[in-house]
Design a protein around this ligand. Structure first.
Ligand code: CTP
Ligand code: MG
Ligand code: K
Length: 168
């Protein structure tokens, strides 16, 4: 039990910058679209107005600040390196799924169950693992359930506070 708890806390700390990076662009109301408004070969937007350069910069800045704070608190450089990489991965994963949503003909903000909840988590995991991070599978699954649960709850709160137009 003691080991499970400490491993879970470490995992949540590794993912915390990615969670913050994913959540912070919500405070933006508009910005310059990453795709600059351009259309894909199917005639639909490449990514759509929900993915902006300002959102990417804000997410990296906030996620990076959390990663830096964790490094200073723990003296463990891994929290900074993986935190920063996880933040970038979260934002890229989010964009990858927006690309997929547009290809499916879904407008900006339309829900795609599972994808909307997992995009940033999968993106953060993929990029951190590409840089050599190796979580223990069983702990990773439990941490994933907690993180996705927190994400869903945070989105509902953001909706109630009128920060978001939709609760997902
Ligand atoms: N956002 C942003 N830039 C990003 C990511 C998010 O500006 N790179 C902002 C947008 O205002 C976006 C909001 O955060 O509307 C919520 O993000 P998300 O739910 O991922 O975007 P959606 O509007 O749902 O767009 P999509 O359908 O493409 O997922
Ligand atoms: Mg959305
Ligand atoms: K998303």
């Amino acid at each position: 039990m003691g080991e499970l708890l400490s491993e879970l806390i470490k995992l949540l700390m590794i993912y915390l910058p990615a969670m913050v990076a994913n959540a912070s662009p919500v405070f933006l109301k508009k910005g310059t679209p990453v795709d600059f408004g351009k259309l894909f070969i199917d005639g639909r937007r490449i990514l759509g107005d929900g993915k902006t350069w300002e959102g990417l910069l804000l997410g990296l800045w906030f996620g990076g600040t959390v990663a830096l704070s964790l490094w200073l608190l723990t003296s463990d450089l891994d929290y900074f390196v993986y935190g920063l990489v996880g933040s970038l991965g979260a934002l890229l994963g989010d964009m990858l799924f927006s690309f997929i949503k547009r290809r499916l003909g879904l407008e900006r903000g339309a829900p795609l169950p599972l994808a909307d909840q997992l995009d940033f988590f999968l993106g953060a995991t993929a990029l951190m693992m590409a840089l050599g991070w190796r979580p223990k599978m069983e702990y990773w699954i439990i941490a994933g359930v907690i993180i996705v649960g927190l994400h869903v709850t945070a989105n509902r709160i953001a909706y109630m506070l009128k920060l978001k137009d939709v609760p997902w």
